[in-house]
Design a binder for this molecule. Sequence first.
Ligand SMILES: [Zn+2]
Length: 219
Amino acid sequence: MKFLIIFICFATSSYSGDFFFHISTTTNQIALTFDDGPSAVTPELCDVLKKYGVKATFFVLGNNVKKYPSNLKRIYDDGHLIGNHTYSHIDLFKERKLPEHEKILLDEITKTENEIKNILDFTPTYIRFPYGYDKKWAVELAQKKGYKVFNWTFGYDWNKIDDEKLIKLYIDNIRPGAVFLMHDTPKHKKRILRLTEEIIKEAKNRNFNMVRLDEAVYK
Ligand SMILES: [Zn+2]
């Protein structure tokens, strides 16, 4: 976890303003974000959010949009924000020459937009690159396409850890401006459903609003 925190601090200090990782740090608001969907678990995840009247942001993969079109529609119909997470969860850390790298990323972004457009009258304007990639060339390329690039303040749900400890870690990180990363994947289905519910309950107890990234206060 220390690595993650250091990584995020480093990532955001290089050129703040162009790259987001938290929302207002003085307002009692947090954002729940779910990456890698849509998936077989999306409807149940949406049920949990609906039960508490909470709106979230889903950074979706184009190839999963193709596999689960009705689950993408469910996200949209429930009033959540849909963001782009590339088509194939491309690893941008892999060494490539820049013109080729740019072409591949542009293709990944556009293909995802097209998959979404096949189902909804909607073009995403928020993007999160896989693995929290944040290099300037990629951020600028996405911005030219009209995107806001958004990482997160805390995420740990992919790690091998006891569920109770994981829930405590997330809850301990509820603070003004927190952007939580979780995953819309069936791999840890029970975990993700319970984690989401526990964060919501605790945040509500502490009078935090849970907002979509485009509805958050930024100052
Ligand atoms: Zn991802």
